[in-house]
Design a protein around this ligand. Structure first.
Ligand SMILES: [Zn+2]
Length: 499
């Protein structure tokens, strides 16, 4: 009896104690949350309950992001940040945010009449930064300056200036297909002077082209290194990939001429090319280049030697030579995708004059397309997969507006073909966000959704990790902190077509 009585008292005591401890714990939690509750951010806006996606942290659900002026001020779990109602708050429930996208291969100078519309087309499609891979210097400088003067409404512009080419330069302005995007340098001295002049003009990187001699190519790389600039390019036809990468070429566009260095006849092909490049008949650079591609490209792809290819890939990996494959353009050409409704619908954003011009050019194209272009496209896709698996880095770029690619629209197509080729959706996003920031040494301020970073961001209605085409489902674009909703994006896109 006495024992039971004491047991009862003990149980009551324990229950009271547990209740008390629980109360104490809840008060403690409240105390913590009080510290962060009702926070007010002056001169800022907040997006609550949104799902964030970036290349460092992957997917983070139900987050609050605070943007002040042009920067991300705070990133916090929504459950831990109670906002004062006085804040300007957007509801992000069910939405996804990714960093603003880059198109890392564009040409403002290819269709000069379209250049005026390109800023709006890029921003309207969520492209907040672009890398111009070749055009007349004063022309591309103008767009860079314009972007710097109006960063809230224009993409960030990085420029190479003109393609640095050799004595028989390819893009020499001799036809509509070869506008004057390049400079001709006929000797090592001329190349050197040109590079120094470009650096004086504040270019952001250099683009080396196919007709350079090895000596000219070497001088480009040497001066670039001294000035901390990256060099991108096509492998000069007078060289092989391994020696160009070993010299210090930082990135390769379109996998150009890699196939010629990946067969068991690489040295013979190189010898043959060097002979042709002497150009005894003094034919045009563009014709000369095309004749070499025609004679060596497809036969090389059909005779890839796995041991030689592996050697090439190991060198690219070891030297950190990045790739900008521009695969959606080649796939579009090979499979005549420019005739598809989806592709054609993107022309509705273009100025009427350009839309008519492109439609007329498409009508004149040969159909069906030569099988070789399909061989090339399939090879590019398989190389994208193999190189990515190996750990070689990628940047998404499209070559817009070349070959009927609507600026902005085409970047989303590129991401699609990258995933189709074997990249994960996250890797594709990384190739258009974090990687280009890293390429330009901006990784500590751009390309992630992180406190202190520049607020270049996209809000999507659906998850792009589940389906990459969801990058097209843009609800809002934030450029340099400036929030543009769907309505303002549409007015940017459709304003062009009224021109
Ligand atoms: Zn290009």
């Amino acid at each position: 009896m006495t024992y039971l009585f004491f047991e009862k008292i003990k149980n009551i005591y324990l229950k009271v104690k547990i209740k008390f401890m629980r109360k104490l714990f809840i008060s403690f939690l409240l105390l913590i949350s009080c510290n962060t509750s009702n926070e007010y951010f002056n001169n800022a806006y907040c997006i609550e309950n949104i799902n964030l996606i970036d290349a460092r942290d992957g997917l983070k659900k139900n987050m609050t992001i605070v943007i002040s002026e042009n920067k991300i001020l705070k990133v916090e779990k929504s459950s831990r940040l109670v906002l004062s109602k006085k804040n300007k708050i957007y509801d992000g429930k069910g939405l996804y945010m990714i960093p603003g996208l880059w198109d890392s291969h564009i040409h403002f100078a290819f269709e000069e009449e379209l250049a005026n519309s390109m800023f709006n087309l890029f921003i309207g499609h969520g492209i907040t930064s672009v890398r111009d891979t070749g055009g007349e210097l004063s022309f591309v400088k103008k767009w860079k300056k314009e972007s710097q003067n109006n960063p809230n409404h224009s993409p960030r512009v990085k420029i190479a200036g003109p393609l640095i080419d050799g004595k028989f330069n390819v893009y020499n302005g001799n036809s509509v297909y070869f506008p004057p995007l390049s400079v001709r340098t006929a000797s090592v001295k001329e190349t050197e002077e040109m590079v120094l002049d470009l650096i004086k003009n504040d270019v952001d990187f250099l683009k080396a082209y196919e007709m350079l001699t090895p000596e000219q190519f070497e001088v480009v790389i040497k001066i670039a290194k001294k000035n901390n600039l990256r060099v991108s390019g096509h492998i000069p036809l007078s060289m092989d990939v391994i020696s160009a990468s070993n010299l210090g070429l930082n990135s390769i566009e379109h996998f150009r001429n890699i196939e010629m260095s990946s067969t068991n006849k690489t040295q013979e092909l190189l010898y043959e090319r060097r002979n042709i490049l002497k150009n005894k008949n003094q034919i045009l650079g563009s014709t000369l280049r095309t004749s070499i591609h025609n004679s060596q490209r497809i036969s090389s792809i059909k005779n890839i030697d796995t041991i030689q290819l592996d050697k090439v890939l190991n060198v690219l990996l070891e030297n950190d030579t990045w790739q900008i494959p521009t695969i959606s353009m080649y796939k579009g050409l090979a499979y005549e995708e420019y005739n598809d409704d989806k592709w054609k619908n993107s022309f509705e954003y273009l100025p009427l004059k350009i839309k008519k011009k492109w439609n007329a050019q498409i009508l004149k194209r040969k159909s069906p397309v030569n099988d070789d272009s399909r061989v090339f496209s399939e090879w590019q896709k398989s190389m994208t997969n193999i190189m990515n698996k190996k750990g070689i880095k990628f940047m998404a770029g499209t070559d817009t507006p070349i070959f009927f690619q609507t600026p902005g629209y085409s970047l989303h197509s590129e991401l699609g073909v990258m995933v189709e080729s074997g990249l994960t959706t996250m890797e594709a996003i990384e190739s258009a966000t974090y990687n280009p920031a890293l390429y330009f040494n901006l990784q500590n301020e751009l390309g992630l959704i992180s406190e202190g970073y520049i607020a270049d961001l996209l809000i999507l209605t659906e998850n792009p990790l589940e389906e990459i085409s969801n990058t097209r489902k843009i609800k809002a674009v934030i450029k340099n902190g400036n929030y543009m909703n769907r309505k303002s994006l549409d007015s940017l896109l459709y304003n062009q077509s009224r021109n």
